[in-house]
Ligand binder design. Sequence first.
Ligand SMILES: C[S@@+](CC[C@H](N)C(=O)[O-])C[C@H]1O[C@@H](n2cnc3c(N)ncnc32)[C@H](O)[C@@H]1O
Length: 289
Amino acid sequence: MLPLQVTADGSYTFFSPEFGECFHSQSGAQQEAVQKFVEPCQLSQRAHDLPSGATICLLDICYGLGYNSAAALAAIWAVKPRARVAIAALELTATVPQQAVEQGLLALWPPAIARPLSDLARDRAVETEHLHAQLWLGDARQTLPQLQASGFRADAIFLDPFSPPRCPALWTPEFLGWAARCLRPTGRLATYSCAGAVRTALLTAGLHLSETPAVGRRAPGTVASFDATGLPPLSPRSQEHLQTRAAVPYRDPDLCDSAAEIVARRRAEQAASNLEPTTRWKRRWANPQ
Ligand SMILES: C[S@@+](CC[C@H](N)C(=O)[O-])C[C@H]1O[C@@H](n2cnc3c(N)ncnc32)[C@H](O)[C@@H]1O
């Protein structure tokens, strides 16, 4: 059993001994799902504007306990209870969503949401009048290209791996290129990370970037889209951050290297880089002239 931890909003998360991190922010697991993922993707607005007969498509990368999908369904069905939603959920192992169900963690949401997501954890697929969901198990570096080949295109992508130093394989330009290929032209990708390496990878995929509000910590998250409408540009401070060594991306040319190899490759590239050391940028912005 994964160890349970309570977070500041009263919702529970797991701790991963394998990755050495919690699955959610200590400031609130449920709050994080809503404010860092669902709101930046404007799912209430999308539900409001949804033409009759159309489907909202969600790509949940690192499905975990299923909180981001659950919060998305709550936001969409609060506005349009009969909206059709399709979810492609990518997760390494079935044990995480199954343990969340066994521990009753989905009870944060009403039964109309918790029930189908419990079925998804057990059966790996759900088909109801309003929900088509599939759990793609395995390394997302393999399942994401398969999903893209199946023609799935998302209105919202939740990018929620463990942190870049712990799980670098899911933050590379190579991997995020596949995520971008699954994104509709007006779709949005949201992530909690504001790391320079992550933002470089998203820019390389051809996306416009903007900041999401900081939730429970000083740093903001990132929202990305091919469509810059409604996305204010990054602050001058964040733009300068992308000119420092922090912005050297994690690279995984064939989508198969180990975390240690990917981290070592980035360190070597940073050491050889002519970019400004990030400590200098930090000092400059701590004491602006
Ligand atoms: C930060 S947690 C995600 C939390 C989740 N979004 C939620 O709301 O509960 C990261 C998840 O990524 C999964 N994971 C780690 N490496 C993966 C990989 N290579 N492919 C797919 N999933 C992976 C872990 O099993 C874990 O469930």
